[in-house]
Design a protein around this ligand. Sequence first.
Ligand code: ADP
Ligand code: ZN
Length: 214
Amino acid sequence: MAKIILLGAPGCGKGTVAGRLVDELHIPAISTGDIFRKNLSENTPLGLKAKGYMEKGELVPDGLVIDLVADRLGEDDAKDGYLLDGFPRTIPQAEALDGILAKGGAGIDKVFYINVPRDVLISRIAGRRVCDSCGKTYHVTNFPPRAEGTCDVCGSGLIQRKDDNEDTAANRIDVYERDTAPLADYYRKTGLLVELDGTAGPDALKEAMLRELS
Ligand code: ADP
Ligand code: ZN
């Protein structure tokens, strides 16, 4: 029954911990990045609009993102709670979310802010590999698959996201610091913010989050 926001730089481990947390809480994880990537791979009109921004590591314009999330939060499985991974990412997005929630009633329960030093972010992103089919993520040295280049879960090939090269990753972190980091203050003022050390690893992070929620 929780409504949770995950806040943190690219490579901080949001996606990984999101998967583990929702498995326990039985709420959907809503990742705007995943939604855009799916649209991109299916060449939908939304995917085509988002493509150029994503490949440069820029943010997709607020208008496109906000409508998408408003629709997604209106779906049945999101009635009792959800975990937002990658949204909001700008102050206007956070204000829009407040507007959406005010219409629907109950608000956010916790905002987890995951801190990771910049050099760790870059090496995590540059070494990240993703299953082409089921989306599971690996890291070439920190969390390698059993057989190189092959997903442990489904046997499909692993790929590197187009925006996971070092140059684009550095730009994404700069964009994060400029546009998204100010959200920490936004949510600190509401008393919802919980800061966590993202170097602790996904299971320790998940346990810390569960403690905060209980
Ligand atoms: P990461 O957090 O690792 O950078 P995501 O998978 O969350 O990656 O997002 C990938 C890309 O999708 C972003 O760089 C951006 O272009 C776009 N995107 C995702 N969520 C948003 C959002 N809330 N607002 C604007 N752009 C977004
Ligand atoms: Zn797989």
